[in-house]
Design a protein around this ligand. Structure first.
Ligand SMILES: Cc1cc2nc3c(=O)[nH]c(=O)nc-3n(C[C@H](O)[C@H](O)[C@H](O)COP(=O)(O)OP(=O)(O)OC[C@H]3O[C@@H](n4cnc5c(N)ncnc54)[C@H](O)[C@@H]3O)c2cc1C
Length: 404
């Protein structure tokens, strides 16, 4: 009998993992369970679409390696299949002298991580690349690209389908549990047995993993975007990022061109009152209670209430958002901005209130739980997938279940 593998979550990590598993164990019966009626609807379908180059991450870390390798493969995947993409370039801009050491550190990290094609620009250099952006120095990555990660998901799902992998949409998984008889996946219509399972449920990954009172939990943070009105958008050539604040795992409000030729500003980061709380009015009492009752969240709130309030103010007021953006674009006014879409980030928070910015993967018997796959997980999906598929096949070999 063929080995049966369940992948929970039809986001970019789940789909890429199913693809990698099919490559490693072509005879296995693989089922991808996606709760929604189509793939790529979670974080993957609501992100900035940036293929990150790998300058942010500490050299030698898994995140750095997976990002650089993954970015190269993501670009190649989109080019080979002619998926929507644009090479728009990127500047990371220091506005003050105090930000220069942070900018130089990013340059060093990029070089150590093997990121090619990075240039350090002075004020004049920045003016040549982005005349409308204020700054005293910048790192310039002319080859930086944006893609449509949702379309990447659709493409992978089609390939999986053609290869005989069962991508089941409209199939919410209630639990995944190891038993003496194998791994049981709980569905509305009953349970299904598998030999091994990978939980890539994004915003719901901790719930699917079952509640470990000592483990991290997912706290949903909504990231809201504004669209620049056409006159303002025409003044921006490519991606424009601030030097990130090392205290937070977020990259700061930035400007990103979109595939259809617009420019978006955002995202901020405000607590969402539901895991899929894309609107400020979306509240799920049960999910909100799960967040508020978590000691890790209460510690985080006690420590970061000041920055939380500032984010909230920017969420409600275009004027406050424009004021933040004016650090980089001194000419911008609220009239240049139009509120547009939002995404929700699955932020892993430790029981001590720490914001975890690395990948969090845990194992329980024959189940691999991807508790947190934060940015740049969309960029790095193919590299993360190889890593996860290696873990899965490693477990199968350990029990002699690999029939390939
Ligand atoms: C606002 C924002 C901007 C970002 N910008 C970037 C960027 O520019 N570049 C980048 O590389 N990364 C970016 N990221 C991060 C990136 O989007 C994520 O790291 C990545 O999409 C994670 O993919 P995933 O497959 O793990 O999760 P998801 O895309 O969330 O997929 C999880 C899937 O599991 C499904 N699911 C959940 N529960 C169940 C269940 N019980 N049963 C069945 N299915 C279930 C969901 O419906 C969903 O489809 C951004 C994230 C956000 C929120």
């Amino acid at each position: 009998m063929a080995t049966r593998i369940a992948v929970i979550g039809g986001g970019i990590v789940g789909l890429a993992t199913a693809r990698a598993l099919h490559g490693l164990v072509p005879d296995a019966e693989i089922v991808v369970f996606e709760k929604d009626s189509t793939v790529g609807t979670g974080q993957t379908g609501h992100n900035s679409g940036v293929v990150h180059s790998g300058i942010y991450y500490r050299p030698g870390t898994l995140k750095a390696r997976l990002c650089v390798d993954g970015a190269r493969r993501m670009r190649a995947y989109c080019e080979d299949r002619d998926l929507p993409r644009r090479t728009v370039g990127k500047v990371v801009v220091a506005v003050t002298e105090e930000e220069l050491p942070g900018l130089e550190e990013l340059g060093r990290r990029g070089a150590a991580n093997g990121v090619e094609d990075v240039e350090l620009l002075d004020r004049e250099g920045l003016r040549r690349v982005e005349p409308a952006v204020r700054g005293i120095a910048a790192l310039y990555l002319p080859g930086a690209m944006i893609v449509d990660f949702r379309m990447v998901c659709v493409a992978i799902a089609r390939e999986l389908d053609a290869a005989g992998v069962d991508v089941r949409v409209g199939a919410p998984v209630e639990f995944v549990q190891e038993t003496a008889d194998g791994v049981l996946v709980g569905l509305a219509e009953g349970t299904e047995r598998f030999d091994v399972a990978v939980n890539c449920a994004g915003l719901y990954a901790d719930r699917v993993a079952g509640s470990d009172p000592h483990g991290p939990r997912i706290v949903p943070f909504r990231g809201e975007y504004y669209a620049l009105r056409p006159g303002a958008a025409a003044r921006i050539a490519g991606m424009v990022y601030p030097v990130p604040d090392p205290r937070f795992p977020f990259l700061g409000v930035h400007l990103t061109p979109t595939i259809d030729g617009g420019v978006e500003a955002g995202p901020n980061a405000v607590l969402a009152f539901a895991r899929e709380g894309y609107r400020r009015t979306d509240v799920d009492v049960h999910e909100l209670w799960w967040t508020l009752s978590f000691p890790g969240f209460r510690r985080l709130a006690a420590e970061q209430w000041r920055s939380g309030l500032a984010e909230l103010r920017r969420s409600f007021s275009a004027k406050a958002f424009a004021a933040e953006l004016a650090r980089l674009l001194p000419w911008v006014t609220p009239r240049d901005l139009r509120r547009t879409r939002s995404g929700v980030r699955a932020q892993a928070v430790g029981p001590d209130g720490a914001l975890l910015d690395d990948f969090v993967v845990s194992e329980r018997g024959m189940i691999v739980d991807v508790i947190s796959a934060p940015s740049p997980a969309a960029t790095a999906a193919f590299a993360i997938a190889d890593h996860l598929a290696g873990m899965v096949t490693g477990r199968m070999t350990a029990i002699g279940g690999d029939d390939s």
